[in-house]
Structures are given as structure tokens and as C-alpha cells.
Design a protein around this ligand. Structure first.
Ligand code: IPE
Ligand code: IPE
Ligand code: MG
Length: 238
């Protein structure tokens, strides 16, 4: 009897995901299919971003990371880059009130240089106001996985901490203090990391879907999490 009780408990246990990350890709193609400018795809994508982050918080996932703008995305036309920055600015403005009374901490991953001073000021204000809260939302903005590692190594060099071990390097990354991602979801149909969380996702479970980011739903995420629960993570063992 005790044995069956224990088995049942395991079956109904909440998903053991402590960190989920999203490569939010496909906004441009979503717009193109509708005969709209790419900026319209980013506007739709921003709504999906809010919806999906809310869903992850509701599921009780402690850390959620989203890839909003890469160090390589500066190669896009200025008009598109400006539109993305404007959307991020608005998202941050809205977030002050949305998360004011909630246990959500927002942290930005990536380089601050190259971003507008007014955007950086808002990012830092949001980080300061939300610091120490329970659920972490990481927004990767002007982020590159290689850049993150290089900045960490240079900082350790300046602090006289080299040579170092894996733990020390992990602690010097933008993602320090939270567990590595268990799950990385990429929408948009491409099978690549595009320089996202290169260090932390060493043993992440990847999920690739052809769904374009603006069309990504809570239901599809639930299906991914059900699949994740069936995967056997070995971490190099047996
Ligand atoms: C992802 O969508 C958003 C960013 C990279 C900022 P894309 O803009 O890359 O959309 P596609 O891949 O061109 O469809
Ligand atoms: C990855 O998408 C970056 C973000 C989602 C922010 P990209 O559209 O930039 O990736 P590539 O260029 O197709 O590899
Ligand atoms: Mg893309």
C-alpha cells in the first residue's frame, strides 16, 4: 500500500523544470505571410512573449529566459532594430506596473553598451526595483553566448582570478546564481542555437518547433513540458 502511494505521488509531481529558455524566432516570417512589415511581426511577438512568460510563472517555473535581441541582430536594417528597441522600451515601462506587487525579478543578460542610455536607465531601474524576488525572468538583450563568456573571462582576468575552474567561470556569467536551463525551446523551424546560452545549455533538452513565435501557445508549451518529462537525461552517465 505504501508502495502504490509513493508511485502515485511521483506521477502527479509537478514538472521538475527549474529553468526554461526560449529562442523566440519567426516574427518576420509571420508578418511576411500576412503581407505586413516585419515590425508588425515583432509587435505580435511581444504579445506572445508576455503571454508565455505569464504561463511559465503560473506553472511555477522558477527561472524563465527569453532571447529578445542578439549581438548579431544589429546587422538588420536600422528601421527594424529601432522598432524592436521601441517595443522593448514599452515592455519595460509596462512591466513596472505589471510586476509591481508580484514576486517576479527581472534581469537583463547581455552587453549594455550600444543600447540607448535611456533604455539602459530603465533596465537598471527595473532590475533594482525587482531584485531578490522569487521568480526570475531573464531577458537576453544585446546578448551573445560567446560575448558573455569573453566578458566573464576578461573580468576574471582583471580580478586576478585566472586560471579558474568551471564553477568560478559560471559565477562570472550574466546567468550566475540560477541553475542552468533544463529546457530550451526554439520556435520558427530552424535547428540552431544562434549564440544563445552556449555555456549554460551544455546539457539542456532542446525542443524545436516550426510554429512561428507569434503563433506559439500555452498549449504547445504544455505539450513540450509533457515530452520533457519523458526524456531521460543522463548527463554523460548511464
Ligand atoms: C525573432 O524573429 C526576433 C528577433 C530576432 C529579434 P525574427 O525577426 O528573426 O523572425 P524571422 O526569423 O525573420 O522570421
Ligand atoms: C535568434 O534569431 C535571435 C533571437 C531570437 C533574438 P535570429 O533570427 O537572429 O537567428 P538566425 O539569424 O536565424 O540564426
Ligand atoms: Mg529569425
Amino acid at each position: 500500500m505504501f508502495g502504490s502511494f509513493r508511485r502515485k505521488k511521483v506521477e502527479t509531481a509537478p514538472s521538475a523544470v527549474s529553468h526554461i529558455a526560449f529562442i523566440m524566432d519567426g516574427n518576420g516570417r509571420w508578418a511576411k505571410r500576412r503581407g505586413l512589415p516585419r515590425e508588425a511581426g515583432h509587435r505580435a511577438g511581444a504579445k506572445t512573449f508576455s503571454r508565455i512568460v505569464e504561463h511559465c510563472i503560473a506553472l511555477g517555473i522558477p527561472t524563465v529566459t527569453v532571447y529578445a535581441f542578439s549581438t548579431e541582430n544589429w546587422r538588420r536594417p536600422k528601421q527594424e532594430v529601432d522598432a524592436i528597441m521601441e517595443l522593448l522600451d514599452r515592455y519595460i515601462e509596462d512591466t513596472f506596473s505589471r510586476y509591481a506587487d508580484r514576486d517576479v525579478e527581472v534581469v537583463f543578460l547581455g552587453r549594455r553598451d550600444g543600447l540607448s542610455p535611456s533604455l539602459v536607465e530603465k533596465m537598471e531601474r527595473l532590475e533594482n526595483e525587482s531584485r531578490g524576488r522569487k521568480t526570475r525572468v531573464n531577458i537576453a538583450l544585446n546578448y551573445g553566448g560567446r560575448d558573455e563568456i569573453v566578458r566573464a573571462v576578461n573580468r576574471l582576468y582583471e580580478e586576478g582570478k585566472l586560471p579558474c575552474d568551471e564553477q568560478t567561470l559560471s559565477a562570472a556569467l550574466d546567468t550566475a546564481g540560477r541553475p542552468d536551463p533544463d529546457v530550451v525551446v526554439r520556435t520558427g523551424g530552424d535547428y540552431r542555437t544562434s549564440n544563445f546560452l552556449l555555456w549554460g545549455s551544455a546539457y539542456a533538452e532542446y525542443f524545436f518547433t516550426g510554429t512561428l513565435w507569434p503563433d506559439f501557445t500555452e498549449r504547445e508549451l504544455d505539450r513540450i513540458l509533457t515530452d520533457y518529462a519523458k526524456r531521460h537525461r543522463r548527463f554523460g552517465g548511464l
